[in-house]
Design a protein around this ligand. Structure first.
Ligand code: GTP
Ligand code: SPV
Ligand code: MN
Length: 586
């Protein structure tokens, strides 16, 4: 029985069901009873494996198909009416042609299966800034994951009323054929079609597909921003909480920074860090002329490998109940393990594919992009503002990525416009979060290369325009936790120690500390980053803060080439910023 009388919803569900031909349709209401029933069903088929109830209550393991373990950027499309609106960094196909192609794949794809109708909200249900979506899926894994990642259930229909204003998501696992796998966005129709995948980022349609690709298009029209950013609050010993939002590419440290545990000397002084979000920020201009941020999600879809009691105890704590683990090791006592969780791999365990695993043969137990899907409210450092529909005021925007040499530990842009330039020239080494080569440097502006739903040139212009409308724009910074020495080892200890850099960033935002002006922007004076207890000495810090002219000249050439792709769409302001940098380097 349908849970809504909204005729737009009913009609669309009927149309999609006529195409995909499921045996039955189940309307998801968000109740624990219904979810529990689905979990039982998924356990019976092996789609979910119940974990040790004593150690990991309410937790499950899910294994995706070994050919289906990451986002597929080469099969992700933005099908705007005109190719120009997708821009040079997105795959595009004529929407009519794409609909036709996909109808071919979706026709009958749910035969013998159930179609679940999943209503969800990105943002606090009923708040002015929330946006609603409905995902139709034939995967129980998707339903139970959406229940963690979003505010999901029948109250969404109440908030939606009879409005047609919802994002229409259609997902079918079909037969997981990688050759017919497509993740497709039709921004003009508020529609997402995803087929032949069961991996989180491709199928939990509220996340990257809606909250970034579709939302980026909506936000440009409506005058706000949808960004691939964590949001955190830093409470100083005086009890003031100051917020920052940070954009790092996939698997480059957002979740870790968002849940940072300050070093002991900071904790003793009374510093605390509060997590508002770890992946996505929706930002709008407040009445006070500042930028305010909400996290539209309700859970974390975090990278498992490397997460340990030492590196990220808050993330680990968040996964101790009601969590779904994907593609990790299953131990003999029915718990989970992954590389970097502890020093000694478990014996008698199964690897991420479910095969008996012998760690001594050198193979990895967990997939490098294995993940946990955990309720945000499980996180010990979740911000008291997490559910505040107003969000939090942002003092700093921080860009960053993995650069072995070029980018210094931290620098500050001269103003908002220069900050947009700094974001636009971001580059980072690729990671396992997407299929393809790992460790190759590529341009990833604002960490949005795979997630911007329209022409990146227009997107930069939107950033510039937002700055003109902000009376009090945040200060803009760039960080790099990943500088390496000649042996390829990380020089900066990272993780909790990043607090030392955040302290400087916040002090800069509130005019509490000076800086040196360098070619690329403002750099900390080496004495201004606190090092006590970090294991890093001043000389090493100088190396971390050094800017190599030759590398930056090469960088300029590469940026110029990248910018050329955008033709007329490249904002004049960014061209000018590049000229300024070029001149300063001479
Ligand atoms: P997505 O969920 O894909 O968007 O990733 P993310 O940006 O949230 O990255 P996450 O925090 O999960 O970190 C990814 C990897 O980077 C993990 O293997 C971490 O151990 C590693 N990492 C995170 N922070 C640091 C750091 O400060 N220094 C170093 N060296 N590694 C880090
Ligand atoms: C990312 O790749 O940036 C993620 C994971 O956060 S996914 O949901 O797969 O996009
Ligand atoms: Mn991400």
């Amino acid at each position: 029985m349908s849970l809504t009388e909204n005729e737009h919803v009913i009609k669309w569900v009927q149309e999609m069901a006529a195409m995909t031909q499921p045996d039955r349709i189940v309307w998801i209401d968000g109740s624990e009873e219904q979810l529990e029933e689905l979990r039982r069903e998924a356990m019976a088929t092996g789609e979910l494996i119940k974990l040790n109830e004593e150690y990991l209550p309410g937790c499950y393991l899910h294994r995706s198909d070994p050919n289906d373990v990451a986002r597929v950027e080469d099969r992700t499309f933005i099908c705007s009416e005109k190719q120009e609106d997708a821009g040079p960094t997105n795959n595009w196909m004529d929407p009519k042609e794409m609909y036709k192609k996909l109808r071919g794949i979706f026709t009958g794809s749910m035969r013998g299966r159930t179609m679940y109708v999943v209503p969800y909200s990105m943002g606090v249900v009923g708040s002015p800034f929330a946006k609603y979506g409905i995902e139709l899926t034939d995967s129980i894994y998707v339903v139970v994951s959406m229940a963690i990642m979003t505010r999901m259930g029948r109250e969404v229909y109440e908030a939606l009323g009879d409005s047609p204003d919802f994002v229409k998501g259609l997902h079918s696992k079909a037969d997981l054929d990688p050759e017919r796998r497509y993740i497709v966005h039709f921004p003009q129709d508020n529609t997402i079609w995803s087929v032949n995948s069961g991996y989180g980022g491709n199928v939990l349609l509220g996340k990257k597909c809606f909250a970034l690709r579709i939302a980026s298009v909506l936000s440009r029209k409506e005058g706000w921003m949808a960004e691939h950013m964590l949001i955190l609050g830093i409470e100083n010993p005086r009890g003031e909480v100051r917020y920052l939002a940070a954009a790092f590419p996939s698997a480059c440290g957002k979740t870790n920074l968002a849940m940072l545990v300050p070093p002991e000397i900071y904790r003793k002084e009374g510093w605390k860090v509060w997590c508002v979000g770890d992946d996505i920020a929706w930002l709008r201009i407040g009445h006070d002329g500042r930028l305010w941020a909400v996290n539209p999600e309700f859970g974390f879809f975090g990278v498992a490998p490397g997460t340990s009691e030492k590196s990220n105890p808050n993330a680990l704590a968040a996964t101790r109940k009601n969590t779904i683990f994907t593609n990790v090791v299953l131990t003999a006592d029915n718990t989970v393990w992954w590389e970097g969780m502890t020093d000694t791999p478990p014996r008698g365990a199964l690897n991420w594919k479910g095969e008996p695993w012998d760690p001594s043969d050198g193979s990895k137990g967990a997939h490098p992009n294995s993940r946990f899907t955990a309720p945000a409210l499980n996180c010990p450092c979740i911000s008291p503002e997490f559910n505040n529909p107003q969000g939090v005021p942002i003092s700093a925007i921080v860009f960053g990525g993995r650069r072995a040499k070029t980018a210094p530990l931290v620098y500050q842009s001269r103003d908002w416009y220069h900050g947009v330039f700094v974001g636009s020239i971001m580059a980072s080494e690729t990671t396992a979060a997407a299929t393809g080569a790992v460790g190759v440097v590529r341009r990833d502006p604002m960490a949005m290369l795979p997630f911007c739903g329209y022409n990146m040139g227009d997107y930069w212009q939107h950033w510039l325009d937002m700055g003109s409308k902000l009376k009090n724009p945040p200060k803009v910074f760039n960080v790099n936790w990943f500088r390496t020495d000649d042996q390829g080892r990380f020089i900066w200890p990272g993780f909790g120690e990043n607090m030392r850099v955040l302290e400087w960033i916040m002090a800069r935002c509130f005019d509490e500390i000076g800086a040196t002006e360098a070619t690329i922007g403002y750099l900390p004076r080496p004495e201004d980053i606190r090092l006590e207890g970090s294991g890093v000495d001043r000389d090493t810090l100088r190396v971390l803060l050094s800017v190599d002219r030759e590398l930056w000249r090469a960088e300029c050439r590469d940026i110029r080439e990248f910018y050329e792709k955008f033709g007329d769409k490249l904002p004049q302001k960014l061209k000018e910023e590049l000229e300024i940098l070029d001149t300063k380097l001479d």
